[in-house]
Structure formats: C-alpha cells, structure tokens
Design a protein around this ligand. Sequence first.
Ligand SMILES: N[C@@H](CCC(=O)N[C@@H](CS)C(=O)NCC(=O)O)C(=O)O
Length: 222
Amino acid sequence: MAHQQAQHQNKLKLYSYWRSSCSCRIRIALNLKRLDYEYIPVNLLKGEQFSPEFQKLNPIGYVPVLVDGDVVISDSLAIFLYLEEKYPEIPLLPSDLAKKALNIQAANIVCSSIQPLQNLAVLKYIEEKVSPDEKVPWVKFHIEKGFGAVEKLLKDHAGKYATGDEVAMADAFLAPQIHAGIKRFNVEMSKFPLLIRLNEAYSELPEFLKAMPENQPDAPSA
Ligand SMILES: N[C@@H](CCC(=O)N[C@@H](CS)C(=O)NCC(=O)O)C(=O)O
C-alpha cells in the first residue's frame, strides 16, 4: 500500500490542453517512452493559463508543464531533453552526432519558427490590432515557410520517419504541427509531399494517435 502510494505520488504530471501542439509533442514522447502520466487539463480558451496557481508553475502562462516530483519544467524542448536523459531506455535522439543535430534542428524549426507565430496570443493580437482578415493568411504564410524549410532539410535524410527508419525527436515535434496545419489551419499540403508521407506513417503508430488532440480527455466530444 505504502509502495503504491509512493508510486502514485511519483507519477509524472502533464499540464496540457487538448489542442496544444506543444503539449502534443510531449504526449507523444511520453507514449513512445512508455511513461505513465497524469493528464491535468488547462483550458486555454477559458484563460486558465493566467491563473495564479498555474503561473506559479509557468510564469509565462503556457502549456505544457511537466511535474516530476519536485522538478517543474515548463517548455516542450526542455521537457523533451529532460525525459530523454532521465529515461534513456527508449531513446528518441540518435547517438550519431550529425543525426542528433538534424533532429534538434527540425524540432526547433517547429518550436521557434512556426508554432510561436500561430500561438493563441499572437493570433488574438493580429485579429484585434491588425485585422480579423489577416489572421489566416498570417498563419498559413508562416506554417508554409516552415514546412518548406523542413522538406528541404530532411529530403536526403528521411526514411520511414523524418530522419531515418527509427522514430525520433523530429517526428514528435513534426506530427502535431502537421496535424494543426491540416486540421486547424487548412494548409495546402500538396506542396509538401514528404510531410504528407510522414503524416501517413504517424497515423499508423498508436503512440502518436493516442497523443493527438481529438483523443485527449479535455477534447470536446465529437
Ligand atoms: N516554447 C514553449 C511554447 C509553449 C506554448 O506556446 N504553448 C501554447 C500552446 S501550444 C500556449 O500555452 N498558449 C497559451 C496562450 O497563448 O495564451 C514550448 O515549446 O513549450
């Protein structure tokens, strides 16, 4: 009993929002690494990210946040690297240095050069301060620019997955961004044949499917 309780107290906690692509990256990584976790929903549309309790965990008010005992980490890249070092049994970064760098580069195109430009706060700002009509063209422009770069970056390296025949970090970051591009922002994907192919490969992996927005406990029921 005491052992069970200790296990329960040590269970990883993920503060997440169903549609958040940044949270989805970590849901995928946790599933691939076979790590059980408690899902704690933060409703971004209701502004729960601005509550004082949540801001104690992440002062900038974004999900995901991972809590591992006393350790609180609040950025998907940092969380990913933490999980990779703490739970190396199922590695998601190749040991080959060049391949590792390629993974980080592809992941970081998503992290730094696509997602921040489609974030809720940015879209709200454009809608209110620029024009509601500018929101969709803005998002599409930046997603397509990033997708074009990823296609070029990976074209000589991709195998079944983004950087070879093993699922790796780049896949965990790309899958939610491709999903958002298709389902949320209606991006014209025919320009990105590699990403279409990768998306098909991801749709066959239970670890990815389980992590997708529509399969989260806080997703609105269909
Ligand atoms: N660099 C951060 C970005 C996190 C982020 O932007 N999260 C979004 C959801 S994907 C969010 O919480 N947005 C809330 C808001 O804009 O108020 C990460 O990779 O975790």
